[in-house]
Design a protein around this ligand. Structure first.
Ligand code: NAD
Length: 287
């Protein structure tokens, strides 16, 4: 039986059940930036469920950060919250020093913190440009550099992981899909793609793996306007062949796999978790 377009759109939204817990990250220490909201929160909880101890970085919102820490601890993992601006070199270095003091080392960095400051291009201020590049791109550079320093210092510990360390950069489908009205954001994500690949090439001989996750539309506060009314949701679905919005848990599962030894030999790649958003959905009916 074939599905025509009408049937496809009638497929009910199916919510992925919570997967069984496999402690594939047992004994590993993870830092997730921007982890008190949205995707970062989902990733931090997923890494904790997979057995990692987790540092929950955030820049504002103490209570939300404490709630993520509490949820990870409920599952039996160690966790603490650390307030730091990823765009501030001194604060980033202090955050890594504290992590080494508290947890001994770092095995997994999830470079997730990010934001948007949207404007038509000819109205975009230098401050809007610099804020987005500073947090989304320079922030990832600062954290990745500290992580690589510690990975190289410590090397591979075979009882923990085949790799000396893993970095996951939270990119976006907008590393390859241009985005009018969001030039600063798309530039930051395109920059992340080439930064990720270049770091991956440089540090692979040290058994350090560096990859990106490139989400499509995920239900978080960053894009509330795109999904919070039925009309907006329907419009969004014209861009998503899989016909449902993504959830932070979808990204959490991908992050656990990429960080685990199941993904050993995967480096320098972007994993698109986007329900097909990068598949040129406009051509689904033949173009
Ligand atoms: P969100 O607004 O829910 O979360 C962003 C997080 O980043 C928050 O915890 C915030 O406190 C933190 N943050 C912002 N500035 C910071 C700073 N200077 N230092 C430390 N933390 C800071 O948004 P989200 O959707 O969860 O976004 C997370 C990441 O995923 C971002 O990099 C975003 O670009 C990316 N992304 C999101 C989507 C989506 O559809 N939601 C799609 C593609 C990519």
């Amino acid at each position: 039986m074939s599905l025509d377009a009408g049937d496809r759109h009638a497929v009910p939204e199916v919510v992925m059940p919570t997967p069984p817990i496999h402690k594939v990250l047992s004994g590993q220490k993870a830092l997730v930036t921007g982890a008190n909201s949205g995707i970062g929160r989902g990733v931090a909880i997923a890494l904790g469920r997979a057995g990692a101890d987790v540092v929950v970085n955030y820049v504002a919102g103490d209570e939300a950060a404490d709630a993520v820490v509490a949820e990870i601890r409920t599952g039996g993992g160690k966790a603490y919250a650390h307030k730091a601006d990823v765009a501030n070199e001194t604060e980033v270095q202090a955050m890594f020093r504290k992590m080494v003091e508290e947890l001994g080392t770092i095995d997994i960095l999830v470079n997730n913190a990010g934001l948007q400051r949207d404007a038509p291009f000819d109205e975009m201020t230098l401050e809007q440009w610099n804020t987005v590049i500073g947090i989304n791109l320079t922030g990832q550079f600062l954290c990745a550099r500290e992580a690589v320093r510690e990975f190289k210092r410590r090397g591979v510990v075979p009882s923990v992981s085949c790799a000396a360390g893993k970095i996951i950069c939270m990119s976006s489908v907008h590393e390859i899909i241009p985005w009018a009205g969001h030039v600063n954001y798309a530039a930051s994500k395109g920059g992340i793609m080439m930064m990720m690949k270049s770091i991956a090439q440089e540090v692979a001989p040290y058994r350090i793996r560096v990859n990106s996750i490139s989400p499509g539309a995920i239900r978080t506060p960053i894009n509330t306007k795109a999904w919070s009314t039925p009309e907006a949701y329907q419009r969004l679905m014209t861009l998503v062949p899989y016909n449902r919005i993504g959830e932070p848990e979808d990204i959490g599962r991908a992050a656990v796999w990429l960080a685990s030894d199941n993904a050993d030999y995967v480096t320098g790649t972007s994993l698109y978790v986007d329900g097909g958003m990068t598949l040129y959905p406009g051509f689904a009916t033949g173009g």
